[in-house]
Design a protein around this ligand. Structure first.
Ligand SMILES: Cc1cc2nc3c(=O)[nH]c(=O)nc-3n(C[C@H](O)[C@H](O)[C@H](O)COP(=O)(O)O)c2cc1C
Length: 179
């Protein structure tokens, strides 16, 4: 099993050097025809198996990963001039795994997720309408638990290889492959 210790060490060092939230990666996916596409996602958790991220059900990354689970992630740590490149597969989280994370979110984030999923489905929706939708959900669920959105999707990215790169000022960059 791959160890995430070095990633934790590098993330902690990035925070010590002043980065408030370095846990963002560029996630590359490819369609079943092999057409690549990239975007930034927030690492929400690193467990013993892999790296968890969450997204909206109807996005390109979900469509790509449903057809082709191979993916790649790059974590860029500018304070240290370092990168970690991870290649592997993304596995869809089960409803129970998603629920555990949904329930750990603040009400505000849950509501924002719901409103953002409207934005993805309706290409033209004004900020005013988004605020109205937010207030609508706020009132609808006042005093109750907010149920997990049907559009809430999450993945565990399981790396098969990891590559650690440090850009050195002397021109001799440090490179380490795992495993
Ligand atoms: C700093 C930052 C963090 C982001 N975090 C996420 C995230 O955790 N999940 C997500 O689905 N999209 C996130 N996004 C938006 C994605 O980069 C992307 O635009 C969106 O998910 C649509 O991607 P897709 O249609 O290619 O799948 C983030 C964007 C930025 C700039």
């Amino acid at each position: 099993m791959i160890s995430f210790l070095k990633i934790h060490e590098w993330l902690n060092k990035e925070k010590k050097l002043g980065s408030l939230e370095p846990e963002y990666v560029v996630l590359a996916t490819a369609s079943k025809e092999g057409i690549p596409s990239t975007r930034v996602v927030h690492i929400r958790e690193i467990n013993e198996k892999g790296i968890l991220f969450f997204t909206q059900q109807e996005t390109k990354k979900v469509i790509d990963l449903s057809e082709n689970p191979y993916a790649s992630m790059t974590l860029w740590l500018p304070m240290q001039q370092r990168e970690v490149v991870l290649d592997g597969c993304a596995e869809k989280l089960t409803i129970d795994e998603k629920k555990r994370y949904w329930e750990s979110m603040s009400r505000e984030r849950q509501l924002r997720f719901m409103v953002n999923s409207l934005k993805i489905r309706k290409t033209k929706i004004s900020l005013d309408d988004l605020n109205k939708e937010y207030d609508y959900f706020l009132n609808k669920f006042r005093g109750e638990e907010i149920p997990m959105s049907d559009f809430y999707s999450g993945f565990c990215f399981v790396p098969k290889t990891m590559y650690f790169y440090t850009l050195a000022s002397n021109g001799f960059s440090e490179i380490e492959f795992c495993p």
